[in-house]
Unconditional design. Structure first.
Length: 106
């Protein structure tokens, strides 16, 4: 189990279906608002609302932001690189799910 202060700590997850504000997301993931804004601008995460001050994020965004932060830190990626890596990881997850479903039909 990773400790709360460790670099591999995943922020606590709120209940399923819940949303978090920009401030809550930043606090939970220990990142600056500007960093979250960049993730949104590059399409790495989706925000709901009209502007940054009233944005809401799905609870699963907490895990995605933590993953993005690790990619940036561990691989020294810039924001476009982080967004691309997240997209490719999503594609891999989708392909694995399809493969597992296909194997289950045999």
């Amino acid at each position: 189990m990773t400790e709360k202060g460790s670099p591999n700590h995943i922020p606590e997850i709120v209940e399923a279906g819940a949303t978090v504000t920009l401030d809550e997301l930043c606090l939970s993931c220990k990142v600056e608002q500007e960093w979250i804004l960049e993730l949104v601008e590059h399409g790495a995460i989706e925000a709901f609302g009209h502007s940054g001050s009233d944005w809401q994020f799905s609870h699963v965004t907490i895990v995605r932001v933590a993953k993005a932060k690790r990619l940036e830190r561990d691989l020294a990626l810039n924001m476009p690189g982080v967004a691309l890596a997240l997209e490719l990881l999503d594609e891999i997850d989708g392909l694995r799910a399809r493969l597992k479903a296909a194997e289950g039909r045999r």
